[in-house]
Design a protein around this ligand. Structure first.
Ligand SMILES: Nc1nc2c(ncn2[C@@H]2O[C@H](COP(=O)(O)OP(=O)(O)O)[C@@H](O)[C@H]2O)c(=O)[nH]1
Ligand SMILES: [Mg+2]
Length: 240
């Protein structure tokens, strides 16, 4: 089996989106295996995923005991991909906000230990979102730039990691299990000297279902952001 690239997708109540995302990825990234990590979604996403795995092939589904958080799922996916010997890992959301056609651009990008999608280049990139969601996303971007000293779009999940260059040791420094995982992981990689590249993406609204980002999660992320900003100057800067 070709161990060059693996796709990782965390799911929680994504029954209406899973077939569409698999079809889109198989069309745009033919032959690339997919790993799903479902947190025992009450809507039966795991069962449907297993059915689709039989239908499409080259799909692994891991069902965890319950909702352990999006960051915890990404950590699991990164560790599992490295354990299986994959050189590169592409991660994305299941709700089609991350478009399979963009994933092909991430897979083909020649540079970067980490390649992240940026929603802040190009005026139409958040066009479909309501005012509140746009405000939260833009405030999050401003806060991560200002407080963490990183110019990147640090809160998105559409990423490509070079696991053969990064390894997984850096994950030990990433403590967030929720949405804060995204900016914390990028901060840790940045501090370790990883090469970070950005690709401009458009982010349409999710196709079906609803966001799992709750007020509690938002508060937790803000708290983590403040905590990291105070730690910022004490971080080690070893090359990965
Ligand atoms: N396994 C797992 N997946 C999650 C969890 N929370 C969210 N997700 C998935 O992570 C992706 C992003 O979540 P979403 O609700 O779209 O977040 P938003 O884009 O910030 O609104 C989707 O594929 C979700 O199903 C979780 O606790 N566990
Ligand atoms: Mg989403």
């Amino acid at each position: 089996m070709d161990k060059d690239l693996l796709i990782f997708i965390p799911t929680y109540n994504e029954k209406e989106n899973v077939r569409l995302i698999i079809e889109g990825l198989r069309y745009n990234l033919r032959g690339v295996p997919i790993l799903f990590c479902d947190d025992n979604s009450p809507d039966g996403t795991s069962d449907l995923l297993r059915q689709l795995a039989r239908e499409f092939g080259d799909i692994e589904v891991v069902t965890r005991s319950g909702k352990l958080g999006i960051g915890s799922a990404h950590k699991f996916g990164i560790r599992k991909a490295a354990e299986l010997g994959y050189k590169r890992l592409l991660t994305l959301d299941c709700d089609l906000t991350h478009q399979p056609s963009d994933c092909a651009r991430f897979a083909a990008h020649p540079r970067g230990d980490v390649v992240v999608g940026t929603r802040f280049r190009g005026s139409g990139s958040l066009a479909d979102w309501n005012f509140m969601r746009k405000a939260i996303t833009k405030a999050g971007h401003w806060a991560t730039c200002f407080l963490l000293g990183m110019p990147y779009d640090a809160t998105g999940a559409l990423r490509r990691y070079r696991l053969d260059r990064l390894g997984v040791d850096w994950l030990r420094d990433v403590h967030s299990d929720g949405y804060a995982f995204f900016f914390e992981s990028l901060m840790v990689l940045n501090a370790r000297g990883a090469e970070i590249e950005e690709i401009a993406i458009d982010l349409p609204k999710r196709t079906y279902g609803s966001s799992k980002m709750s007020i509690v999660e938002l508060i937790r992320s803000c708290t983590m952001l403040l905590k990291l900003s105070t730690k910022r100057f004490g971080m080690k800067t070893n090359k990965v």
